[in-house]
Every structure is written in structure tokens, then in C-alpha cells.
Design a protein around this ligand. Sequence first.
Ligand code: ATP
Ligand code: MG
Length: 576
Amino acid sequence: MSHDTTPAPAANFIRNIIDEQNAAGKWGGRVETRFPPEPNGYLHLGHAKSIFLNFGLARDYGGVCHLRFDDTNPEKESQEYVDAILESVRWLGFDWGSNLHFASNYFDTMYACAETLIQAGHAYVDSLSADEMRAHRGTLTEAGRDSPHRSRSMEENLDLFRKMRAGEFPDGAHVLRAKIDMASPNINLRDPAIYRIKRAHHHNTGDTWCIYPMYTYAHPIEDAIEHITHSICTLEFEDQRPFYDWLLDKLADGGFFTRPLPQQIEFARLNLTYVVLSKRKLIQLVDEKHVSGWDDPRLPTLVGARRRGYTAEGFKRFTDQIGVSKSDGWIDYSVFEACQRDGLNDSALRRIAVLDPVKLIIDNYPEGQSEECFAPNHPQQPDLGKRAVPFSRELWIEREDFMETPSKGYFRLYPPRIDAAGIMQPGNSVRLRYGYVVTCTGADHDTDGTLTAVHCEYLPDTKSGTPGADSVKVKGNLHWVSAAHAYEAEIRLYDRLFSTAQPGQASGEFLDDLNTDSVQVIRAQLEPALRDAAPEDRFQFERHGYFVADRVDSKPGEPVFNRTVTLKDSWSKAEK
Ligand code: ATP
Ligand code: MG
């Protein structure tokens, strides 16, 4: 008997809505969602939540999820963004099949919808200036006033709208507005603008159009054209829902769409501490060169996350864990890191790297000799086997693994010393992981006192994996790399880009909270096998954390590595 080990997806309010509708037969079981980015920037960690939600619902209900570019606003959109978005969604593991759409391909239909609204008396051309229109709109406590143009005849409206399209008016001279209710308590229903004149080159339609639909008008039509069942968006669109419903209802009356019409459902966006997820701020960070580019591993963009070494699987863990709700809140960045760490712990092979190297010289080991030690590729997954690492007389160890005068509880290397009773005590013994037990005999320093080498002697009968290896008990267990065989490489130690949980909260300027120490570039000594790492190969460097071979700067036989995440969370501790 076999059983599926995939846990059932956690219930959430959106699933409950779908389940109820399916029980009532509303859509005949159909679930059709969409992820609708505007190609005016790169995707970020917040978008990942929406991607997993929309594509995840489609997958779990046997439906489809469309990838739709909401490209109705020509000025800030570009093909570069389109390409990057496609790549990121694919990287997260999702496939839109034949459902790749561009809102701009619907401009003709949107235009036809507008004429239909005009003909039915549901839209009119207004010629007030932007300032006048604002003054007429009223406030939260005060009703708006009708524009003097609100009573234009249907014929006049149609004629003006056609002339708008034909380019007979300058930018901003007129707008087309829905005719709803200037006294509505919901300001979004006070005759919202639905078309504006704007001479701007569009990345898809070029100069075909000099009028463009407003987002709030375009989006419901896009959903209806694509037969979307559940149009899922973030909470700030809640007040727009009445207009969404009004518009599709009128267009269904006009024969454009059939019922049931798509339903807008709002959920709480992801707010994550220690990052900024606003496109405007991300663009500023890139433009002002606070980071190296959109894929800087410190940025919360998906291209940055990928380069950092985060995995799609870690994203899945994260979005599963935080769930979907209707109330806004903050998620601590450490939650995201923990999910990435857990995923990497399962999948990353173990390797050895000395990040702050100092020589360890084994004075009683023959010069010129070397031998193999065997290190497990993954301690919890023995079937992944072991690899040989060369051992020789001179090794690299971490500088911090030696102390001239040991502090209390320090079990690593320290030299012989005279104790309080005036008796000479031997230096400390440690195990060189997968190798021998060594005893510290002394250390060399240069003239200004900097440690240049540590000396020790090894115990030949203590090699790991040989009979009797454990007869000598030691407390310290150090990693090392043979100096003659090591691969010296550049490593980038990334840390958080901002040093406060909510950048800009104190001063009002998010740049004030940039972490001045968010990257440290070092040269490290790595075990020789790492020379062969391919771009995006991920490893746990023992005792240090998870690292990835950089996909941009690595050359064949010469990978450089980025630290993805440390083994333990140092930030939460520091906060407490
Ligand atoms: P803007 O509209 O200001 O350009 P945006 O972040 O809303 O920025 P879109 O490209 O419109 O960007 O977003 C695409 C989809 O991703 C939308 O459905 C949006 O609701 C969703 N989304 C954006 N930011 C988040 C977030 N922080 N958490 C969850 N979903 C998000
Ligand atoms: Mg948006």
C-alpha cells in the first residue's frame, strides 16, 4: 500500500470560499486565477507570496493560473522587466502553460467596452482640469459635486471620446469617466476616470494609442476576458471592489461578458522586517547605486534572492508557513531565513572552508607527505557518500581556533602554559575533523604581535575511522584544509541590507537605516573539490553556514561564493 506524503494544503479563507462555491456548483469546479504583475520593476519577496497563492490554488484545485502582464501604464514599463519577471516565476517552479497574457493585447476590447458604457449612459467625457476635478471630488466627510460636463449627451460623449482616440486633443485635455454617483460615501465610486489622453510609447503597442485605460478600469476587464474565477489582490484594493463589480455588471448587461463574473478577493500583503518591498524604493537603491544592481544578493528581489542562494523550495516552506489571511501584520525576516536554512539543511552537500585562515604546522608529520581523509557529504544522509580530502603537514585553520591565553571554556588550540601553581601544563589537544588528534606546541607571531602560524604534533594512532581512533578523548573538533591542496577563492559574506526592522521608521528616510556592513568580501581557503563547483551549486560550509557558487561572477574552475545564510540566527539574539 502506498500513501502520499505531501501534506494537505493548510486551509485559509480563500480556500473556504472556493470550497463553498464548488459545493454550490457556482463555477462547475473551475478554478482560474492569475498573477498580474505590472512590468515596471523586478519581482520581490512580496510577489512570491502572491505567486505561490495564485499558482498554488490553481495547482491544488486542478485549475490554471495565468501569468498576465498588467501593462496599461506605458511610461514605466519595459521589456527588460517582462523578461526578468518570466524568469523569476519559472525559477519559483511555476508554469503558466499557454496562459501568458498582456493586458495591452486587450486595448481594442477595452476601448469597445468604453464605447458601450457611453452608449448606455454609464460614462461621459469630462473636460475639467485635474485641479478642478479634485475640487469637485469632495472628501471623506463631504459629498462630491457633479461636473458641469456630466450632463453631456450620449452623442457628444461618443464624438469626443472618438476624437480623444484619434489624437485631436492634447494630453490631459479630457478624460472619460464612469457615471456612477458623486455623492457615494466610497470615493472610488465618485465617477472614477477610466481613460486618459497620454502620448507615450508603449513597449508592446508602440504608438498605436494616445489614450490609455486606467488600471482600475482595465483590471476587471482583463479578468473577465480571461474567464478568471477568483481575482486575488492585496487589501488596499478592498475599496475598489464595488467599482470592479459595478463595471463588470454593466458590461455583462451590455453583452460583453457572461455571468458568473470574476470575483475579487483581497488578502493581506507580505510585510517583512529588515527589507523594503516598495518598487519605488528598490528602484532608488539600484539607481543611486547603494547596491550593485537588481540582482544584488542583498536585495529582496527574486533575482537577488536567487543569486544569494535562496531556493525556490525555501520560498515554498516560507509561504506555507506564513499562510494567507485578511489582517495585515509583519513577518520577521528571521522566519524567512529559517525556512531557507531548513531547506538547505536537507539539500546542501557539506564542504570545508576556512574563512579566516592561519597556518597550522604539524611538526612531527613528514614533509612532502600527504594522505586522504574521508568526510561525509551529508551527515544525515549516509547514502550521499563520502569524499576524500587531502591531509598534509601544513593546514589552514580558522584564526579564532587558536588562543594564546585561553578564556574559560575554550576547548580549541592553545599553547603549553604555566598554571597558577607554577606547573608547566601541555598545550591543548583537539581533533582535526575526519583526521587526527593534534596537541598544540606553540605559535609564531610577527614583530607587531600578529599570529602567523600555530604549531602542533599529531598522534598517529588517532585517525578518524581507524580502530582505536577514539581512545584519546578531546573536546574541540576543528575543520581544516590542506594548504598545499587548497583552493583559494573570493567569498562574499552578505548580511542584511538594513540594520533596523522597519527601515526609515525613525527618521522618515529609509536610506538612513542602510547597514553599513552588509557585505564583506574575503579571500578564503577551501577544500580542493570546491574548485569544480558549478554556478548555483549550494553547500554547507561546516561551522559557517550555507553558500552558493555565484551565478554571475564564477568562471569555470574558478567559482566565487556567496553566503546565503549563517547556520544560526545571530540577529534575533542581538535584538533580545
Ligand atoms: P505597484 O502596483 O505599486 O507597481 P505592486 O507591488 O502592487 O506595485 P504589481 O506588479 O502590481 O506590483 O504586483 C503584482 C501582484 O503582486 C499584485 O497582484 C499584487 O497584489 C501582488 N503583490 C505585490 N506586493 C505584494 C506583497 N508585498 N505581498 C503580497 N502580494 C503582493
Ligand atoms: Mg499593483
